[in-house]
Design a protein around this ligand. Structure first.
Ligand SMILES: [Zn+2]
Length: 54
């Protein structure tokens, strides 16, 4: 399942949450720290592909 990364605009707390695509579409997470709904989704590199260099 995809993980989404959020940052709370009220307290600055960053957290990740696991949601299905449909859950993500219809629900907005709350900050687990201050319960604020003013959260911004941040781009995270959850789906990192491992690549060999050199
Ligand atoms: Zn907060």
């Amino acid at each position: 399942m995809p993980m989404y990364e959020y940052r709370c605009e009220d307290c600055g707390h960053e957290f990740t949450t696991v949601l299905t695509i449909s859950e993500h579409d219809k629900t907005k997470p709350k900050c687990p720290k201050c319960k604020s709904k003013k959260v911004q989704q941040t781009l995270s590199s959850v789906f990192v592909k491992t690549s060999r260099k050199g």
